[in-house]
Design a protein around this ligand. Structure first.
Ligand code: ZN
Length: 246
């Protein structure tokens, strides 16, 4: 029996085929770069893209996905509500993990699950970003030193329109003076969600080993536990006899 963690990496895959300067950074697409990084950690990884039937996310694919990794940007609005609801159900009921990357903070799947817009301020420059670990004992930060430095990244700044995260793992500092909550954990239903900020399409961020490490840690953290006991809900009989009851 194959006990490997099953990860599906989803990408809208719109920038890379259309823009040569982005294809030069990610010749096989952002999804392939992320998938290759995760395969090095021994996960069973597949990819899916927007233009595939059902966006590559059939009931069968989702039923066989422990963690879904999501990158999207210009085509956030093109994702069908039916697939958004399917992903939401699989997270809330099935306990599938969801890793939301960079501009996917405004993806419908993320907005549906957190309940806010996910909007923030941004500046498309290529200056330094430092991701400071603010939860050093957390499994997502395992093996990461005090901070991760990215030489060239787009700036995202507060205020970030999210509910207060259940756990905050990284705060970014940007050379222009802004800060941002860059690594945020949310518990929703039976599922776990991690938002991770880096990964603008013009920079080779997903080839950086520390970033690949965080993504691998996040997949492991977000995966449903095989021993998880599903909570019982609804109308139930008392566990013990209640005095005076019939
Ligand atoms: Zn970007």
């Amino acid at each position: 029996m194959n006990n490997k963690l099953r990860v599906t990496v989803w990408n809208e895959y719109r920038h890379e085929p259309a823009e040569p300067r982005i294809a030069a950074v990610y010749p096989e697409g952002i999804h392939t770069a992320i998938a290759d990084g995760l395969k090095n950690y021994g996960f069973a990884v597949r990819t899916a893209t927007l233009d595939q039937p059902e966006h590559g996310l059939s009931e069968d694919v989702l039923a066989n996905t422990d963690v879904l990794v999501w990158w999207s940007h210009i085509a956030n609005h093109e994702v069908s509500d039916e697939i958004v609801e399917r992903v939401q159900r699989r997270v809330l009921q099935g306990g599938m993990g969801l890793i939301v990357l960079h501009s996917a903070c405004m993806a419908k799947v993320f907005q549906r699950l957190i309940g806010t817009t996910g909007d923030a301020k941004w500046r498309e420059d290529a200056n330094k970003e430092r991701l400071w670990v603010v939860a050093p004992g957390h499994p997502i930060a395992a093996g990461v030193s005090e901070y991760i430095e990215l030489p060239h990244e787009e700036m995202y700044g507060e205020h970030f329109d999210i509910p207060a995260p259940d756990e905050l793992i990284f705060i970014s500092w940007f050379q222009g003076g802004e800060v941002f909550r860059s690594g945020c954990c949310f518990n929703r239903g039976n599922g776990k969600i991690f938002y991770f900020r880096p990964g603008h399409e013009e920079h080779p961020t997903y080839f950086q080993p520390e970033i690949q490490k965080v993504l691998a840690n996040a997949c492991q953290w977000a995966a449903p536990s095989p021993s998880m006991h599903r909570p019982i809900r609804g109308n139930v009989a008392a566990l013990e006899k209640i005095p005076g009851s019939v």
